[in-house]
Design a protein around this ligand. Structure first.
Ligand code: PLP
Ligand code: ZN
Length: 417
């Protein structure tokens, strides 16, 4: 019952069978999953969704699997809500958050891509999965592979946050910390992948993996009552999520599930690693790699695999891009927590800080529907917050001590609100 036709080169359009192909052997373009949309349109309607599971598998016709899902059965269908207090702080009329930092097995949007990748890896006959990761992917591959009973090799830069290291190790993968940047880790993994018969989720089975990101876009449209927002601010690491949100909205329009797919996409990166933002601002064709230096480690990819396509998707949509400094990232993490009770990781700080900047610039109008993408959980990136949030008021276990503290000895953040 699969609706997948095969794989298609994004450059020359050449078709490949739905196997392990990730670059076009004729033009070296990257390949993408292609579906039989006519067949899908005949059976998939808004009513189809009424009885489906509240997980990302409710969109299974638009996912690159053949049989039943075998990994990440509970991933997806995360909260989407109107952010009233934040919209007042930013002075915009209609603001929503899509919050992938909660309700997912490993608390980031990587649960989506990995659920799809591991299901497909098993269909393709792999018993071992692997990845190069900036942290969240490591957590998701480690967890979902454990549950699926797959062997797992995980490669990370050696300077990752403790939270991301622990949240990988608990699942007992072979965790390899490489002394280098993510881009060096990724290069090494390409070499290892050429020698070992493993499914590297974001390398040799990347075309399948990347499709999982579409579900983030499908859910936004469905949760908005089957419409797409006018504006959406998206964090970018490799740039894949941007391209897949664009693809998701286009597919829904093609299937008649939304009437309009015109959404302006905005890319958000940290100033210390902004190769995609730089390319968009220069309206250039070639993404110039950078050497990352930012607290937003999950987004610290200096040579983004989908940078070119992300740039194209943003510019074609009429959107734009901005970057945020480390201080702006932390301020935005605090603002989100104080206004909406959402503790996001540094990547979410990047997205909110960039949204704020684009609104203040007048690039995003204040009176049109806007979605901000929150993609990861703050408990995993605590280091940059240490010493930035004030302290707990320390007292003796007595009422007198409490009241002494209350009457003016408290200081800083701990006394507020
Ligand atoms: C990986 C990641 C992203 C961006 O993903 P790409 O598709 O590589 O651009 C965004 N947010 C978080 C928290 C991530 O871990
Ligand atoms: Zn090609």
């Amino acid at each position: 019952m699969s609706c997948v036709v095969g794989l298609k080169c994004r450059e020359c359009g050449r078709l490949y069978p739905k196997e392990v192909v990730f670059v076009c052997e004729y033009c070296f373009g990257s390949v993408e999953v292609d579906y039989d949309y006519d067949a899908i349109r005949r059976t998939l309607t808004k009513a189809s969704f009424a009885t489906r599971p509240k997980s990302l598998w409710r969109y299974r016709e638009l996912l690159p699997i053949e049989g039943e899902p075998t990994a990440g059965l509970t991933s997806g269908f995360t909260p989407f809500f109107r952010a009233e207090r934040l919209s007042r702080a930013l002075d915009v009329r209609e603001l929503y958050l899509k919050d992938d930092s909660v309700c997912h097995p490993t608390l980031s949007f990587k649960d989506r891509v990995v659920s799809v990748a591991l299901t497909r890896a098993q269909e393709l006959g792999f018993d071992t999965v692997a990845c190069a990761s900036t942290g969240n992917l490591a957590n998701a591959v480690a967890a979902h592979a454990a549950r699926a009973g797959l062997k797992r090799y995980i490669f990370i830069p050696a300077d990752l946050e403790m939270g991301k290291v622990v949240a990988s190790l608990i699942y007992q993968p072979t965790l390899v910390a490489v002394e280098g940047t993510y881009d060096e880790v990724n290069r090494l993994c390409a070499e290892i992948g050429a020698k070992y018969p493993w499914a590297f989720v974001n390398i040799n089975i990347r075309p399948y993996y990347a499709e999982g990101s579409k579900t983030y876009g499908f859910e936004i449209a469905e949760q908005l009552g089957w419409r797409v927002p006018a504006h959406i601010v998206i964090p970018a690491a490799g740039g894949s999520l941007i391209t897949k949100i664009a693809k998701a909205f286009k597919e829904l329009a093609l299937l008649g599930l939304v009437s309009d797919s015109r959404t302006k996409l905005y890319a958000a990166q940290a100033t210390g690693c902004a190769p995609i933002v730089n390319t968009i601002k220069a309206r250039a064709d070639i993404v110039k790699p950078v050497k990352p230096n930012t607290i937003a480690k999950s987004l610290a990819i200096g040579n983004p695999a989908d940078g070119y396509y992300a740039t194209k998707a943003v510019l074609e949509s009429g959107g734009w891009a901005e970057s945020a400094s480390d201080d702006e990232i932390i301020d935005a993490m605090k603002l989100l927590a104080e206004t909406e009770g959402v503790f996001t990781e540094t990547a979410g700080g990047v997205t909110l800080a960039v949204a704020k900047k684009l609104i203040e610039q007048g690039t995003i109008p204040r009176d049109e529907p806007l979605v901000i993408c929150i993609t990861g959980n703050g408990l995993k990136t605590q280091e940059p917050l240490l010493n930035r949030l004030g302290q707990a008021a320390r007292i003796k276990p007595s009422l007198a001590s409490f009241e002494a503290a209350l009457s003016g000895q408290l200081s800083g953040a701990a006394t507020r609100g």
